[in-house]
Each structure stands twice: as structure tokens, then as C-alpha cells.
Design a protein around this ligand. Structure first.
Ligand SMILES: [Ca+2]
Length: 584
């Protein structure tokens, strides 16, 4: 357990107050005054709607970097594109590579391991791998609730599925969705994913017969917003965790029909067109090289006709899933306008990790025999080749720490607070930045102690100054990643990546955003420096060496099997359905 930290003396981020001061110092005088008044207004007081923004945080699941129209994609996303046109797009924003760690970091402003979710939601009996949010972190809901916000959540939680670990246990007033990892769109699919369940608040419920999660979550969110509007002047924070477009490929026929046949141009053409559009939009520099097609992917021109039709159809269903997210963003926007809250709502939209290549080339196909792909009894994925296209122009996928795993779109829209319209922000940012951003804008406090427990200081920095104006060249800010042994560190434009037991590679993102030229051999001192920084971060955050963690799990399984020789029914389900073992 190479990176196991000395527990004594948590390495608090003592920079936080200084960061805030720097933040304020970089604002223009007028905006600084506004920012300060917002920041100080709500300390220890109940905020009133209008003096601070409402907050709508929307998280897509497994959506690729280039899927949205405003990030170069051909999928029809007019409502999200309109938010981008009326606000900001970040071009170098990062998540934590996978569902659970990203949710942990987004919701707490800490790195995932610090919040107790170093991997997924299994409990390894280790503080940094306990599999649910711990008592050393504060959630966004707990933070803004203290400033008088109504705290609402719908969708996928996936940071603790046992009772006592759900949204209402972590600061939310209302929740409708699943505490689990999702992987279900229609009610029929619960016959396949028996471990998935839905709750309303703290009560397990039967979802409606006409369940289609993207629509149903929105129905519930609209109801929450209507109720919040009738209950005084409290601002709201709504966290919307989509299940879409995560596998399985399941969409409504009308949405699929829009894309039927459209992808018969193939993944190579889609990649080229998306990059060209990204260059035109300024999402990437004009000289950006397309990363090579994944070596496991064949050229589209080599695929037999029959395969092409089926593969194009898979991508059509995936596109339909994203189209449906966009339609429902439109419903949320319409509701905010109806409630006269649109101008003063900060909307943030992003994805929890890069596109999924699970199922490998061609994707997987499971579910009930004969069930057509796209329907509730089918269970299929789009496959590696399309994931390669959806992450254009980057390499790799969900779970990886190359750009294709950790780069996400981020749209920020807030007419009353962000003057920019349709601008880009190229500063590197990370989901850990959302906590200090919202704490500042909501006039909330970030306490040293919460419910009697010492809380780790936030790791991120507020995005508020960047909302105001682009800050110029990238600072030497250091960001780190670890997910099941995949490592990365970014310092300014340097990025070092090591996959599994592989050696560190080094990239200069200023000239090589797509990580196509490893320059580690030319810069041995920089690699040593970055590797040392990463090791210190890993030790500080409770990251375990992946091999050691695997051994620890095997040892625990042996001990448990001696104690409990009989298999639980859930284990039998997993054996019958091995693709689901990875917990998504
Ligand atoms: Ca995900």
C-alpha cells in the first residue's frame, strides 16, 4: 500500500482563504463589489431569492466530450446550445473519470478518496474506500442549505446505496430517483437489473409503469420547482443526476427515428467532422491533431454492410438518449421562465466521465433474447468505436486518465450574473471547483466542523472570477487523478499520465491537447517532479496502490467466505450477468 498516508495531521488546503482573496483581487472593481456583497450577504442568514442565484446542476452520465452540438457534435441539442450561446463553455474542464468518484468529488469539493469513495460503492473497510460519503466532507446541499436554500435532487445518486447514505441523509430536502448506479431507462429493465430500486425521499417506491428515466426525473424536478416556488422566497439548489446516456442503449422510438440511418457515414467520418467543427468553434486550437483511431477499432470502410447497419443503429440510439436529455433541459428552462427565475438561476451542465467503451469493439448485447436494441428488455452498449468518436478529438474512455476519460464539457449559464454571451473559457478547471464556487455565490459558509465532525477544507478554487473574464494563460495549478490504478497529474500545460503499471508519459497540452506525442524521454526531470507531486497527493488523499487494494479485497473475500459459506442471491445474479460486475 505504497500511497497509504500517515493519518496524523490531515494536509488541509491552507490556501483556501488566500485563493478567495486572489479570486476577489482578480475581479474588476465593480464585479468585485458585487461578488463581495453576494459572498457576505448570506453568512449565517437565510438567503432570499433574488439576492443570490438559484442553482441548477445537471450531470450527464458517460456522455462524450464532443457529443453536444456546442462542443462539435452532430447530435441535436438546441436547448443546451442555447445555454452555451447565452453563457460560457469551458474547454478544459475535468471530472474524476467515473460515476462514483466524480459524484463524490462534485458533491463535496474534495478528491474522491478524501470523501470515502476512492473507487466505487463497495466497502473495502478502508476510510478512503468505504464506498459512501464520509463524515469528513460537506455536500453542496449541506453547504447551501445552511444559507437558506431549498435543496432538491432527482436522478442517480451513486455515492452510497444503503439506507442512511441517501440524499436526504446528506442535506437534500427532497429526492426522487435511485440511490444506485442506474443502468435502467424503462420499467421493464428492472427485470434485468434487480438490484436497482427507486426512492421518493427515504421511501422505496414502485416507479410508474410509463417510466422513462430522463423524462420521469424531469417530471419530478418540475414538481419540486413548482413546490419550491409556492414556499416563500427561498432560493433553490436542484441537483439533477441523469442516468443517460449511460448504457444500456434504450430510447423512445420517436427519438431513435430522428437518427436512424444518420450514422451510416461511420465513425471515421464522425470523428473528422466533429474535430473540424471543434476547431471552427474554438473548442480546441485550430492545429489540433486528431488522436489516432483506437487500435482496437477497424476502419469503417472495412466493416461489412450488415455490421455497418447494426452499428449505425446503436449510435442512433445513443444519440437519441442525449437528444432526450436536451429536450428535458428545454422543459426545465421553460419552467424557470414560467416561474420568472431563469435570469437568476446559475445552470451548470457537465458529464461525469468520458464516453464508455465497455463491451469493446462492436459493444455488448445482452438482455432478453430477441428484444430489439433500444427497448426495455434489451441490454446493449454502443461499443468502443463509437466511444472513440464521441470523445473526439481525445484518446481513451471512461475510467482512463487520458483526456478521453476525464475531459468534460461544462456549460455555465446565468444571465443575471455572467455577462458573457457565447464565450469560451480555456482555463483548466475541475469538478472540485464547484463547491467553492457555489459556497461563494450562495453566500454560504464552509465550516471547519459540521455535526461535530472536522471537515476537510475544499480542494478546488472558485470559478466566479473566470465567470467574469478569462484569466489569461493557464496557471501552474496542479490537478491529480487516480482511478483503479490509472494516474494523471496536470501542472499548467504539462500533463503526465500512467495507466495501470505503465510508465509515466508526458504531454504538453498547449501544443498537444490530444496527447499524441509522449515527450517523457526529453524531460526526465519534469517527469520526476510530477511523479513526486502525484505521490505526495496520493499519500495525502488516502490513495492505495491498485494492486495492493486488489490483494486486500481478495484477502477480505477469503475471510468472509470462511465466515459465510453460502452465496447471497445478489452474487448469483452477478454471475448470471457478468458484464454488470464492474458496477458501472
Ligand atoms: Ca458515468
Amino acid at each position: 500500500m505504497k500511497y497509504q498516508p500517515a493519518v496524523a495531521g490531515h494536509a488541509f488546503n491552507r490556501d483556501f482563504p488566500h485563493q478567495l482573496l486572489r479570486t476577489i483581487a482578480t475581479l474588476t472593481l465593480a464585479s468585485a463589489a458585487a461578488f463581495l456583497s453576494i459572498f457576505s450577504a448570506g453568512h449565517g442568514e437565510s438567503a432570499e431569492r433574488g439576492s443570490v442565484p438559484n442553482i441548477l446542476l445537471i450531470l450527464a452520465d458517460d456522455m462524450g466530450f464532443s457529443d453536444l452540438g456546442c462542443y462539435g457534435g452532430e447530435i441535436e441539442t438546441p436547448h443546451l446550445d442555447a445555454l452555451a450561446a447565452g453563457g460560457l463553455r469551458f474547454t478544459q474542464f475535468y471530472n474524476s473519470a467515473r460515476c462514483c468518484p466524480t459524484r463524490a468529488a462534485l458533491l463535496t469539493g474534495l478528491y474522491p478518496h478524501q470523501a470515502g469513495i476512492g473507487h466505487m460503492v463497495g466497502n473495502d473497510g478502508i476510510a478512503s474506500y468505504q464506498g459512501y460519503l464520509n463524515d469528513r466532507c460537506l455536500t453542496l446541499a449541506e453547504a447551501v442549505k445552511g444559507a437558506g436554500y431549498a435543496t432538491l435532487a432527482v436522478g442517480k445518486w451513486h455515492v452510497g446505496s444503503a439506507p442512511g447514505q441517501w440524499p436526504l441523509d446528506r442535506g437534500f430536502d427532497r429526492f426522487w430517483g435511485t440511490p444506485t448506479g442506474g443502468g435502467v431507462y424503462f420499467k421493464d429493465t428492472l427485470q434485468i437489473r434487480k438490484e436497482v430500486f427507486f426512492v421518493d425521499g427515504q421511501e422505496r417506491i414502485e416507479p410508474p409503469d410509463d417510466l422513462y428515466v430522463t423524462d420521469t426525473f424531469t417530471d419530478r424536478a418540475l414538481g419540486f420547482l413548482d413546490q419550491a416556488a409556492t414556499q416563500g422566497d427561498r432560493p433553490f439548489f436542484l441537483y439533477f443526476g441523469h442516468i443517460a446516456p449511460h448504457w444500456p442503449l434504450q430510447a423512445k422510438p420517436a427519438d431513435i427515428d430522428k437518427y436512424r440511418g444518420r450514422y451510416e457515414i461511420g465513425w471515421d467520418a464522425v470523428r473528422q467532422r466533429r474535430l473540424a467543427r471543434q476547431q471552427q468553434l474554438g473548442i480546441v486550437p485550430p492545429d489540433t491533431a486528431l488522436s489516432p483511431r483506437d487500435p482496437q477499432a477497424r476502419a469503417w470502410s472495412e466493416m461489412p454492410d450488415e455490421s455497418r447497419r447494426e452499428l449505425a443503429y446503436r449510435m442512433a440510439v445513443y444519440a437519441a438518449q442525449i437528444d432526450c436529455i436536451d429536450q428535458n433541459v428545454g422543459r426545465l428552462v421553460a419552467k424557470l421562465k414560467e416561474l420568472n427565475q431563469f435570469d437568476n438561476t446559475l445552470i451548470l451542465f457537465l458529464s461525469d466521465n468520458g464516453c464508455s467503451a465497455e463491451g469493446g469493439p462492436g459493444g455488448f448485447s445482452r438482455g432478453h433474447p430477441g428484444a430489439p436494441i433500444g427497448t426495455g428488455l434489451s441490454y446493449a452498449s454502443a461499443g468502443l468505436e463509437w466511444a472513440n468518436a464521441c470523445d473526439t478529438p481525445f484518446r481513451k474512455y471512461k475510467m482512463d486518465t487520458y483526456q478521453g476519460g476525464i475531459a468534460t464539457p461544462l456549460i455555465a449559464h446565468w444571465p443575471a450574473g455572467i455577462a458573457a454571451r457565447g464565450e469560451l473559457r480555456h482555463e483548466p478547471g475541475h469538478i472540485i471547483d464547484v463547491m467553492p464556487t457555489l459556497v461563494g455565490l450562495a453566500g454560504a459558509t464552509y465550516p471547519a466542523k459540521f455535526r461535530g465532525n472536522s471537515i476537510l477544507p475544499p480542494e478546488g478554487r472558485s470559478l466566479a472570477p473566470i465567470f467574469g473574464a478569462s484569466g489569461g494563460p493557464a496557471s501552474a495549478r496542479v490537478l491529480c487523478w487516480e482511478h483503479q490504478g490509472n494516474k494523471a497529474i496536470r501542472q499548467g500545460d504539462w500533463k503526465a499520465v500512467a495507466q495501470g503499471r505503465g510508465a509515466w508519459e508526458l504531454f504538453d497540452l498547449k501544443t498537444d491537447r490530444t496527447e499524441t506525442r509522449d515527450i517523457a524521454a526529453q524531460h526526465p526531470e519534469k517527469i520526476r517532479e510530477l511523479a513526486d507531486l502525484w505521490q505526495a497527493w496520493a499519500a495525502r488523499c488516502g490513495v492505495w496502490d491498485w494492486d495492493d487494494l486488489q490483494q486486500h479485497r481478495r484477502d477480505r473475500t477469503k475471510t468472509k467466505s470462511k465466515e459465510k459459506p453460502a452465496r447471497k442471491s445478489a452474487d448469483v445474479d452477478r454471475e448470471a450477468f457478468p458484464a454488470l460486475r464492474s458496477e458501472q
